[in-house]
Unconditional design. Structure first.
Length: 196
């Protein structure tokens, strides 16, 4: 409908935004001193980039997102954006809007090493452990991948290891526990990459 009826879509987005601005303000007023960050969940990309044409996206997204996150920014909260997809063209837009953290940085669409090097000190990232690895990988493969990320990406901060998508029923509990235990084993500052 973005392409078929833009006036209707804009009207619907503005109606939803007016409500969501009130929700964001209420959250910040009630919990602003208690929360570390506020998350906006909106898939704006997929494996090859933005979901809609870049020109149209720039017309509809940045100003609305700035309005939505304004209460969080006003009370000094970090803002996390959850979106799937390829981040190369998305991150500059999110940074300009005021997003501080991006999740999940899917490995099938992004090279987290490059993403972190490019955006170090400006944005933080969460995720990147491929969910199919958690579902079907061996415990050794999961630990090896976590160790690799802890050694290569964690130094310098700005990275929190997590799954690339939601933890679903298809992921054996022992695989999830292995991921968490490996983070404790390899991801502590001062002991990166060691067994200490």
């Amino acid at each position: 409908m973005f392409y078929d009826n833009p006036p209707l879509i804009n009207k619907l987005m503005d109606t939803l935004l007016a409500h969501q601005e009130k929700v964001m303000q209420a959250i910040c007023d009630r919990f602003g001193t208690e929360v570390a960050f506020v998350m906006v969940n909106d898939d704006i990309a997929y494996n090859s980039g933005l979901l809609i044409r870049p020109g149209m996206f720039m017309e509809i997204f940045p100003e609305r997102m700035k309005r939505l996150i304004a209460p969080a920014k006003a009370c000094g909260k970090l803002v996390l954006m959850h979106t799937d997809g390829k981040m190369e063209k998305v991150l500059p837009i999110l940074y300009e809007v005021g997003i501080d953290v991006v999740h999940p940085v899917e490995p099938e669409s992004n090279d987290l090493n490059i993403v972190k090097q490019t955006w170090a000190g400006r944005m933080a990232f969460i995720g990147n452990i491929h969910t199919p690895l958690l579902a079907y990988g061996s415990l050794e493969e999961i630990e090896t991948k976590v160790k690799e990320y802890c050694i290569q990406i964690a130094p310098g901060g700005g990275y929190v290891l997590g799954s690339s998508t939601s933890i679903m029923d298809g992921i054996p509990p022992e695989n999830f526990v292995t991921m968490v235990a490996a983070v404790h084993k390899y991801g502590r500052y001062g002991s990166l990459g060691s067994n200490d």
